[in-house]
Design a protein around this ligand. Sequence first.
Ligand code: APR
Length: 259
Amino acid sequence: MDQGTTTNPLGAAVQAIRAARYVTAMTGAGLSVESGIPPFRGPGGLWTKHGEPPMNGYEQFLEDPKAAWEARLNPKGPMRVLWETLQAARPNPGHYALAEMEKSGTLRCLITQNVDDLHRAAGSTKLAEIHGNYTLVRCIECGGRRHRDEISLDQLPPVCESCGGIVKSDTVSFGEPIPGDVLRVCQEVSRDCDCMIVAGTSATVYPAAQFPIDVRQRGGVLIEINPYESELTPICNISLRGPAGEILPQLVDTLGAAS
Ligand code: APR
């Protein structure tokens, strides 16, 4: 099936989802635009406005973890905008629709590049947060995660209670390897997946962008949800052009109606 042959992409998407054995989704910043968090690229993107951040954030953290924590606790510029909108954001109908798809058994797993905790807040539990979660901190030695409210910031950088390692935000910095535990889940899920809904991502950052490509190369179906074209558009079977907060609920309603 290719998107050029269908005049009813929503119907085609429902048909593909119902025919699939293992449906997953991968989301990006576009999912949270309707929750008030700006994307990074494209219209209104933080990097579009302020330029891409340094690609060696993790190296800088390792060089001076105390300074990195102080900068994080007192963000400036685009990071301040991101931080403030993260604090204020609540899930939108797109997040709830994906949680509904998990609850109904349609969606097996959701890989998200977003660190905003909104999928979890909307009720998604089968979730792989490949770039981490801003409400958590993680030890860079043992990988142990805790909620950020459970650690003391009297001493910077905080150290891990279990192994004494340095603790950083769970959000993956540029140049930081994706933590092995979450990377393994993403690799297993995309290996088993034969239909992936790709919503709200420019698909420009790896390894996340590789998962839909692998699904497609193995003959799986890609359904894109995005108001604009992305790097993935040329290999997507179906493209649903529009905001995720409108299209995902339509998809869930049509799926339900068709059952
Ligand atoms: N609904 C769906 N998609 C939308 C919406 C919307 N309402 N608004 C914008 N988009 C699309 C844009 O067209 C764009 O393709 O969301 C995408 C956002 O792309 P990016 O800002 O690049 O976000 P993402 O793909 O998640 O970036 C990946 O880059 O900076 C790093 O770590 C950061 O996780 C992020 C990664």
